[in-house]
Design a protein. Sequence first.
Length: 141
Amino acid sequence: MDLFLIAQIAGRGVAIDTVQVDSVVDLAEVVAVPRAAGSVRGLVALRSRVITVIDTGTALGLSPMPASATRAVITRVDGHHYAILVDALEDVASFERQPLSSGLTLDRGWAAAGTGLVERDGEPMLVIDLSCLIPHQALAA
């Protein structure tokens, strides 16, 4: 059994392995970054660090997150911190991770981010890899 953070992204419940979660926060004002990748909402100061804020909707090839979105999961990828915007955070719970079935078709960015499934109250939830939401340009910086 693995421990997962349950979140809502684009109206869909998802499971995030807690190994990828540094913290969860409500963000202060985000400062836009000119010429950044479309999924980069901007930068925010958090605990004396500058954090890149990722618009999860855009990163998944969906509609951008609303400007009012401030709830985020902080993750660390290749030594850099990122704030991954979410609609809501629900709970932390243990689940048995299942592989994605070969007949399952995921669209848009869900296909790249989805790594498995967990079952919560009889309903399957997609396990996502937060590092797949980070644009390649941001990783090269």
